[in-house]
Design a protein around this ligand. Sequence first.
Ligand code: KG4
Ligand code: ZN
Length: 335
Amino acid sequence: MLVLCIESSCDETAAAVVRDGRQILSNVVASQVDVHARYGGVVPELASRKHVEALPVVVDQALAQAGVAMGDIEGFGVTRGPGLLGALLTGLSTAKAMAWALGKPLAAVHHMEGHILAPLLEGELDFPFLALAVSGGHTHLYRVDGIGRYRVLGQTLDDAAGEAFDKVAKLLGLGYPGGAVIDRLAGEGNPRAIAFPRPMLHKGGFDFSFSGIKTAVLQEVGPHPGPLSPERLRDLAASFQAAMIEVLTIKTVRAAESEGLPRIVVAGGVACNRGLRQRFAALAAERKLEVRFPSPALCGDNAAMLGVPADHYLRMGRTAGLDAEPLASWALDKC
Ligand code: KG4
Ligand code: ZN
């Protein structure tokens, strides 16, 4: 089955053609980063407008790159939520219109479901597994027993991990979005230079809290840090990142072991982080666990990842009607 998928939950406009929920024929992403960078974060209204402009373009590109015509598409997949309401609405309306015009079914899926199932686009993956979903809006630990079978084991009580990276980057004058910049600087700094806290490492079960680390960075540099030396920036980035990585990896491994799960999937934009990938790989070897990361292009927001759940739900007949509305907040285990 050939499925055309659309993603527009935040600041990436994306379209992809996926065959049988496993094979990527095209995966086009139009980033709005430059539009929002000057405001230091995503401006929802601007995001919606840019999606409206970019959607027809990315859809055409996705079809052309896949070498298929619109008439070959057998079903549609789209992110229904969670995300920015206006942004979601643009993609959902586009997908509904195409499905209606072609008389083909539409699956409206959860954004994080796409993220955590992305490894299935790159090879076999056995269920059950533990998923750590880390992005700009989420930090969740899920037990995944199959497609559509998710249980939340833990989640952040305040900031998402990506949000913490972005806020700290802003604080240090590194621009937006900051995760990748911190990652790069951290690779050259001393992770033990500053002892930032590891919030909730030994309490709160599998829940997380990241706002304290951000506050600790603020206390370290002061409210108006001014220009920081390159060496100080590198050490701040490395020490902050080390604290994030320690909490994320230790809680995740603990959750996997307590659930008796032999494999872990780390997904979402923060899963691009090189330090996180290295630490997880080392822990996996030590603890005899399998840890899987989607390749970086499938960690950030994209539409191909939606192809896995969309194909599954289309085959089941779990389709969305033209009255389906976007959901700004939506719990994955309540889908
Ligand atoms: O999944 P994603 O592309 O969008 C959301 O669904 O939120 O994740 C974006 C987040 C941003 O907060 C960004 O700073 C973070 O992922 N990110 C990273 C890295 N690359 C992107 N965080 C840490 N290290 C990275 N290399
Ligand atoms: Zn995402």
